[in-house]
Design a protein around this ligand. Structure first.
Ligand SMILES: Nc1ncnc2c1ncn2[C@@H]1O[C@H](COP(=O)(O)OP(=O)(O)OP(=O)(O)O)[C@@H](O)[C@H]1O
Ligand SMILES: [Mg+2]
Length: 228
């Protein structure tokens, strides 16, 4: 008897036969299928133009699929490659509080969410710091704190380390992994940097809009290193 794994496991993200084409007719995702188990940190790799960012934008509901199904079990948070596209207020605390405006919280509730989310990303002491006076890695942590403050349980991160140097890169990936495990979140992290696979529970390889390989991140790292 065949057992459908996506039914028996507790997945936070389920994508089935997802197809998407731009108005120009270019098909970017072609019956793409993948699942991310709840509480795990998975990475998404693939060459430039393979459809990674498009997939994340479909998951976030920013684009509408042509066909196929997307199921996301919990509240989403999105972290972009360039934090300057995401942080809009003058200071760290104000930026996170701004993301909570639609939640109709009292002032003490807002304050508590801002403080605890900054603590979660090890930036508690920077609540009053102007955004311009943060490093790239600190800005990415503020963007992640914004998602945590909104009680996001599924994080979608599109190359969050692309603009960071080696030390900040590994700091960020390690702290997101810790956050996922401590708070039982789920994360899908897009990257081109193979050393980040050391921190993942699993990985997908996307090519021409389809998942062509998936599973053990160390095996995928080896496959990709041999290809390069
Ligand atoms: N707004 C858009 N309008 C039309 N085509 C687009 C748009 N955005 C992306 N594309 C095209 O869709 C395809 C997939 O792009 P996407 O950004 O998803 O790739 P990616 O895997 O994220 O690449 P990279 O590694 O360079 O970030 C590419 O051919 C790209 O040119
Ligand atoms: Mg991209």
């Amino acid at each position: 008897m065949l057992i459908d794994q996506s039914v028996i496991t507790d997945n936070a993200i389920n994508v089935r036969d997802l197809t998407f084409a731009w108005a120009s007719g270019e098909t970017v995702l072609d019956r793409c299928t993948l699942s991310v188990p709840k509480g795990e940190f998975w990475m998404l790799l693939g060459t430039n133009g393979s459809g990674k960012s498009t997939l994340l934008r479909l998951l976030a509901g920013l684009l509408k699929p042509k066909s196929g199904d997307i199921t996301i079990s919990d509240r989403l948070g999105f972290v972009f490659q360039n934090p300057d596209h995401q942080l809009v207020m003058p200071t760290v605390g104000a930026d996170i509080a701004f993301g909570l405006v639609s939640e109709n919280l009292t002032y003490p509730e807002t304050r508590q969410r801002v403080e605890s989310s900054l603590k979660a990303v090890n930036l508690a002491e920077m609540i009053r710091r102007p955004i311009y006076a943060l490093s790239g890695g600190q800005k990415q942590r503020v963007a992640i704190a914004g998602a945590i403050a909104r009680h996001a349980e599924v994080l979608l991160l599109d190359e969050p380390t692309a603009l960071l140097d080696g030390e900040n890169q590994l700091d960020l990936v390690a702290s997101v992994r810790d956050l996922v495990k401590q708070k039982n979140l789920t994360a899908l992290w897009v990257t081109h940097r193979l050393n980040e696979l050391d921190y993942a529970d699993g990985a997908f390889l996307l090519e021409r809009g389809q998942v062509i390989d998936k599973g053990d991140p160390m095996r995928l790292k080896k496959v990709l290193l041999e290809k390069s």
